[in-house]
Design a binder for this molecule. Structure first.
Ligand SMILES: C[C@H](O)[C@H](O)[C@H]1CNC2=NC(N)=NC(=O)C2=N1
Length: 99
């Protein structure tokens, strides 16, 4: 674990924070959401915007693309679980999705 890594949140803290993120759910040591798009290029354009945000935050999602479905799985590898950084990124992804 690097010195700057935030500590993993508890189950209760994760559940509470998920309450503010419709469509996001817990998946083991991560949180995730799938977004659906009308076309494959639309999904790729969205994930490129997410990549920019991730690079700015220096916090990077696992991304799974299946045609028009793009799934983001967020966890903090350094902390071995879900941290505030994952929720920060999830909120930014939601902001992009609603833009
Ligand atoms: C030094 C740098 O900030 C770290 O290696 C970052 C990079 N991006 C990361 N992304 C994610 N999802 N988890 C991490 O622990 C992580 N660590």
């Amino acid at each position: 674990m690097s010195a700057s890594a935030p500590s993993a949140l508890s189950d209760i803290e994760i559940q509470r924070a998920l309450g503010a993120l419709p469509g996001w759910s817990r998946k083991g040591d991560a949180i995730c959401k799938s977004y659906h798009f009308a076309t494959f290029p639309a999904g790729i354009a969205f994930l490129a915007k997410v990549a920019d945000v991730a690079e700015r935050l220096q916090h990077h999602p696992d991304i799974d693309v299946r045609y028009t479905r793009v799934q983001f799985v967020l966890s903090t590898h350094d902390a071995g679980g879900v941290t505030q950084k994952d929720f920060e990124l999830a909120h930014q992804i939601e902001t992009l999705a609603s833009a």
